[in-house]
Write a protein that binds this ligand. Sequence first.
Ligand code: HEC
Length: 174
Amino acid sequence: MLLFALFLCLGCSEPDRAMRANAEIGQSTEDEFEVEVDEEEVTDELMGYRTNLVPYEGEPEHAETHADAASVLIWGTADVEDLFHSIDAMDPSQSVAFEPGTTFVKEHFDEEGELFGVNIMFKGPEGYDPEYGDWVWLRVRGDEASHFGRVEFCQDCHAAAVNSDFVVGFGKSE
Ligand code: HEC
């Protein structure tokens, strides 16, 4: 709920500011987005995922992908858990879409089972990034968010799951 309220608020206040910012630094039209989110606010909110989201599995599962992790655990918005599990990224006839405010967090564990970072997808307000489903991408290692926003290398890989709104679904890649 909190995330959703945040999105509504950001959706109404950010566009003007973002447009002005873009105009000031003279970005090309290609790089202009009508909608922005507040990085600090969104990051703070997302880092509270353990109270806002539910774990989609009982315990971390072995990961073949996201090469730096020995195992991963996905957390997500409670009311789309079934939809998430229904995803078959290999099925071209499938068409799945998520609402703004939807969040998925992939916890990364090392060989010893220690949590060392998270990768997050947060569905931003409509218009944030139309080409890539308006997802906000976030990569955190330790206490530091190393990537935030329209992160190209996340988008590139997740683009394969375009039929399920860029969401791969756990283990579907194996
Ligand atoms: C090399 C390909 C690749 C890259 C790069 C990548 N991902 Fe993923 N991601 C996957 C695959 C495959 C899954 C499905 C789970 C699994 O098998 O590990 C996944 C799952 C996820 C999930 C769980 C929701 C879902 O789609 O199933 C999140 C959240 C996520 N990735 C975030 C990110 C973020 C943030 C980045 C960039 C920092 C990123 N990913 C970069 C391949 C990638």
